[in-house]
Design a protein around this ligand. Structure first.
Ligand SMILES: [Zn+2]
Length: 181
C-alpha cells in the first residue's frame, strides 16, 4: 500500500467510509460455473451494502474515585493525629514535594498563643521547623510517603517569604484536613 493509499484509507475511516468496499457497498465476487466462471457484485459483508461503517464509540475511561472530603485546616480545627493533604491553592509549587501528593499526619502545631503542642520537626533548617519566629498557626506534618517532617502554615501570617507576599499575602493555609479521617 502506498503512502497516498494509506492516507486515503485513514481519511475514509475517519469519515465512516467502509474500509472493505471503499464506500461502494459491493464487493467483486467470482462465481465458478461448469465452463469457467464470471465476476459479479456481492453485497459487502462489512457494511451490509451501505458503504458506511459506524465508528465504535470509544469506551468511557474508568472514572477516578471521587476525591475525599476535605476542609481547610485552621488553628481552630487542628489536632494531633489529624490526617491532612496539601492545599494546592496555598502551596508553594516546586518547593515542597515531601508529601508526594499523599496524606500525612499532624504531629505538632502552634495554636493561637504561638506555643508548640506536640513535637517539632527536628529539621536543622529554620524554615522547616517551629521556631520562636514562627508564632501562631503552624503545623508539623509527618508525610506518609516519605516519612519526613516539615512545617506548614495553617493560618499563619508570617514569616512566609516573598512567594506569599507576591500572591497577595494574608493568612496562609497550606493544608487541608481529611474530614472523615
Ligand atoms: Zn462495505
Amino acid at each position: 500500500m502506498s503512502e497516498a493509499d494509506r492516507e486515503r484509507a485513514k481519511n475514509n475511516l475517519a469519515q465512516g467510509v467502509c474500509p472493505r468496499c471503499h464506500g461502494k457497498g459491493v464487493l467483486a465476487r467470482y462465481v465458478r460455473t461448469w465452463d469457467g466462471g464470471y465476476r459479479t457484485d456481492a453485497t459487502c459483508f462489512k457494511c451490509d451494502g451501505t458503504g458506511e461503517v459506524r465508528r465504535q464509540p470509544r469506551a468511557a475511561a474508568p472514572s477516578a474515585p471521587p476525591p475525599p472530603p476535605t476542609a481547610l485546616l485552621t488553628v481552630d480545627t487542628v489536632a494531633l493525629g489529624q490526617r491532612v493533604l496539601r492545599n494546592p491553592a496555598h502551596w508553594r509549587a516546586g518547593k515542597w514535594k515531601d508529601d508526594r501528593k499523599q496524606p500525612g499526619t499532624v504531629v505538632g502545631y502552634t495554636g493561637t498563643d504561638g506555643a508548640l503542642v506536640g513535637v517539632n520537626s527536628g529539621s536543622p533548617h529554620v524554615y522547616e521547623r517551629i521556631s520562636e519566629a514562627s508564632g501562631a498557626g503552624w503545623a508539623v506534618v509527618l508525610w506518609d510517603a516519605t516519612r519526613t517532617m516539615s512545617v506548614y502554615p495553617i493560618g499563619a501570617s508570617g514569616p512566609l517569604g516573598d512567594w506569599w507576599t507576591q500572591r497577595g499575602g494574608g493568612p496562609c493555609h497550606s493544608l487541608l484536613r481529611l474530614v472523615d479521617a
